[in-house]
Design a binder for this molecule. Structure first.
Ligand SMILES: Cc1cc2nc3c(=O)[nH]c(=O)nc-3n(C[C@H](O)[C@H](O)[C@H](O)COP(=O)(O)OP(=O)(O)OC[C@H]3O[C@@H](n4cnc5c(N)ncnc54)[C@H](O)[C@@H]3O)c2cc1C
Ligand code: FES
Length: 383
């Protein structure tokens, strides 16, 4: 980068001063091998993992207990995820999975994977992956975690289905480390038998006064003793009282957000106190608001990229089309959050569902996130 431009950055002078102090006392980050090994230790691009155990869970889910092949797992914040990279059906692809074990458990990462009907990677992980299997992943990533500086110490967690996984990590961290926080967990499922970790959550709530577990089911059995229906404003008010000085965390399917966010608004919970995990690309992009009626999901368009032309379906993300052609950019979140899959749109139009946020500079210079961009006509892109 042009040195004159670097000098314009905020804090440039401070960094130069700090570097001089470090050099004086024998720590030279500019020296060969200086900062890079430290950065790689805490933020590695890739982890080499081995499946140590596979644990059966409720609701067609399994927990993969992953240990490091490199002798070290980087630290993470409870609530973060890693992307697993796999080769399935001739396609090299990745999917994010939240780390369900707590950060204080440094020997392994637990990922709990639930089956998605017809899903490429979930079915592969559940059916093909056994103890001893080697997997590659990204380092931990994501912004969905408790921030002790800005968030309240009373945490109201709303989970749906496999959206329980980041909360499993947060809850165990708080309880096992004796942190001064109170957690209310509302966990919605169709049936109680599908509630992942239900027995363990019940046990924890019996042992710790600062953890209140409220399973909520839509189709209860006669013997179920829990609220029936959805997680409504009324139920939240009954269980937690005033919303003042409480931070809300949501993780689950998109339909749950569509229902629960307005319920929280009824309670006048401020927007900035509602922390939402990203939920991946839309399940059926054609149903997204603003999708052009003239385009059908099966319409196929040529995409010119690096001297090659690949075919891309309108109903499938550009990232998936590129992966099928072996040309994919790196990816982690597949939700438009991490920016790793950025591509420059030289010509043509793509559909980007509402809620996809692009940096201002990306918008200005014509970049899009391939994981949440859908071709609407012939395209030319730069990787
Ligand atoms: C930040 C983050 C964390 C995640 N953590 C977990 C986790 O801890 N455990 C876990 O099991 N999953 C988790 N997921 C979801 C996971 O990344 C995959 O999306 C999921 O396993 C499905 O992948 P697949 O390849 O099997 O399905 P795909 O082949 O990608 O999808 C196949 C079809 O199913 C639809 N589909 C995709 N996902 C779902 C879904 N969830 N429900 C219904 N239909 C769907 C798609 O629209 C498509 O039509 C997380 C996602 C994100 C963004
Ligand atoms: S993979 Fe993260 S923005 Fe696309």
């Amino acid at each position: 980068m042009d040195l004159e431009i670097i000098k314009q950055f905020d804090g440039y002078e401070d960094v130069v001063r700090e570097a001089e102090v470090c050099r004086k006392y024998g720590l030279d980050y500019n020296a060969e091998g200086g900062a890079e090994p430290v950065v790689r230790l805490y933020h590695p691009d890739r982890l080499n993992l081995r499946v140590a155990e596979v644990i059966e869970e409720a609701g067609s889910a399994k927990t993969l207990r992953l240990v490091s092949e490199d002798g070290y797992l980087p630290p993470f914040l409870a609530g973060q995820y890693i992307a697993l990279y796999v080769q399935v059906g001739g396609i090299r692809t990745g999917r994010p999975y939240s780390i369900a074990s707590p950060p204080n458990q440094t020997g392994y990462y637990d990922l709990t994977v639930r089956r998605v009907p017809e899903g490429l990677v979930s079915n592969y992980l559940l059916d093909e992956v056994k103890p001893g299997h080697r997997l590659e992943s990204s380092g931990p990533a994501g912004h969905f975690h408790h921030n002790p500086l800005f968030h309240d110490s009373t945490m109201i967690c709303l989970a749906g289905g496999s959206g329980i996984t980041p909360f499993a990590s947060m809850i165990r961290e708080v309880l096992e480390r004796g942190l001064d926080r109170t957690i209310y967990l509302f966990y919605g499922n169709k049936r109680l038998g599908e509630a992942i970790y239900h027995d363990r959550l019940m046990d924890l709530s019996r042992h710790f006064d600062n953890f209140i577990y409220i399973p909520v089911v839509e189709e209860p059995e006669e013997s179920d003793r829990c609220p029936v229906g959805l997680i409504t404003a009324g139920l939240i008010r009954d269980m937690v009282g005033e919303v003042k000085d409480k931070t809300f965390y949501l993780c689950g399917p998109r339909a749950m957000y569509d229902f629960c966010v307005p319920e929280l608004e009824k309670l006048e919970a401020p927007r900035r106190k509602i922390i939402k995990e990203v939920y991946g690309a839309p399940l059926d992009v054609q149903r997204s608001p603003g999708w052009p009626e003239a385009v059908r999901a099966d319409d196929t368009f040529p995409v010119r990229v690096g001297g090659r032309t690949v075919q891309a379906r309108a109903g499938e993300s550009l990232l998936t089309a590129l992966e099928k052609s072996g040309l994919a950019p790196p990816s982690v979140c597949r939700s438009g959050e991490c920016s790793l899959c950025r591509v420059k749109l030289v010509s043509g139009r793509v559909f980007q569902p509402s809620g996809v946020s692009l940096r201002k500079a990306d918008q200005r210079f014509g970049y899009v996130h391939a994981c949440v961009s859908y071709p609407l006509e012939e395209l030319e892109i730069l990787l």
